[in-house]
Write a protein that binds this ligand. Sequence first.
Ligand code: UD1
Ligand code: CA
Length: 501
Amino acid sequence: MTDQLTVIVLAAGGGTRMKSKTPKVLHRIGGRSMIEHVLVAVGALEPARVVTVVGHQRELVAPHVSQARPEAVLAVQDEQLGTGHAVRIALEALAEAPREGTVLVAYGDTPLLEGATLVDFTASHRAAGAAVSILSGIVDDPFGYGRIVRDAAGVVQAIVEEKDASEAERAITEINSGILAFEAGFLLDTIGRIGNDNAKGEYYLTDAIGLARDAGLTVAAHAVDDALQTEGANDRAQLADLGRELNRRIVTRWMRDGVTVMDPATTWIDADVVLAPDVTILPGVQLLGATVVAEDAVIGPDTTLEDCEIGAGARVVRAHGQLAVIGAGASVGPFAYLRPGTLLGADGKIGTFVETKNATIGDGAKVPHLSYVGDAEIGAGSNIGAGTIFANYDGVNKHRTVVGRQAKTGSNNTFVAPVVIGDGASTGGGTVVRRDVPAGALAVSTSPQRNLEGWVLSRRAGTAQAEAAAAASGSAVADATGEQSENAPGLGDDRGERAES
Ligand code: UD1
Ligand code: CA
């Protein structure tokens, strides 16, 4: 099979300028590590094998690569002796070195790299019948890059590294992006012949170009017009720059695909997010992780959703959500906190100052105001009164509360789990539900209210409150029977209680 493709991703370098305990290629933008972005781009080539060369902090890099691309072969380069050495280690790590086909070399720190660019480059390499092809770029400031040296006829002769370049060569603005494609047989024959007799004392993979020319083989260079795709991030400032650029590209792509974004500058969308046409995103929104939003949903302003699923036509305003599923036509916020395991049914509502966790809220069910709903199930069509706490934690264990369908619970309730409130049940305001409420029952747990008539006049005499009370009684406040209220009962007076009984 002549078009078998092997990809080698170099990621053994240190990345000291990140000044981080996290290895450079594991720093994240757009919801993925830099090396994950590269591995995703590489995936577009459908390579027969992928080898990743790890070295620095490989105890962190290797498992990360294995998670992102389980079939990737890991090659360990203990000492970073140069890109040529790294590729040799990669080839040695393969049970069977590729004798035919193409070997593509890329770096693990170029997060803007796109699959289509690699596909085009590999196709051009094959079409040219080249021993080696360079993905090149023209840059304003070529400092630090390997320069592409051409002869008078424009034929590529060599890549000369910055430190080894003459003054004339340093003036060349055509550079090696770092991405190279090799004819596998040529690479195998050549990799052992690369020496380290140069300014850095490293084995330069780029020396393969000169060796190909010496052997009279074809070397091709294909210019990438989008130079940022092969740009690496070496420090946090560059990481942020690439992160902003990546986001700009992602947001632009979604707008082209029919998403309305009111303010692209304050909208952050991770690479793996999926949006339907006619989604609307208002300013200050972050859609992170594997979030999916269905058509006609309106998100924002000022909302963060991580790994959430938002149904068609749902409305999410000033909310923070994680691992939550919001049904079609449902409404969330303003000011809601959806914690993992929140499932809101179609046309349901999680309103203002409401926190939910591990809670299934049925179709059309509503938790409109000031509530905590943890470890709960609320049936379809039920309404939870303002200020309700699902007391799920007894200090040791978490317990579940189940509210049936079409239940209407009063304001300021506490549901002490485990407890079940039946279908169509009601609870009075202020009820503390400690025992199950049968279907259709009204639960009340508060003691009857006592009014201690005149209490303020006797106990708060001389205050503005008492003045207001006196003025009101002066204007003949009457009770329902038309009798004047009696004055100044004592604090322990229980006439109210008896009046009720
Ligand atoms: C390299 C190229 C240069 C090109 C530039 C593009 C060589 C000799 N030079 O230079 O022509 O313009 O990239 O950015 O290839 N790595 C290893 N093991 C090693 C050495 C490097 O895995 O022993 C990895 C690094 O982690 C990095 C990549 O290879 O991801 C490039 O290495 P680096 O040392 O940055 O090469 P440059 O000097 O920038
Ligand atoms: Ca570099």
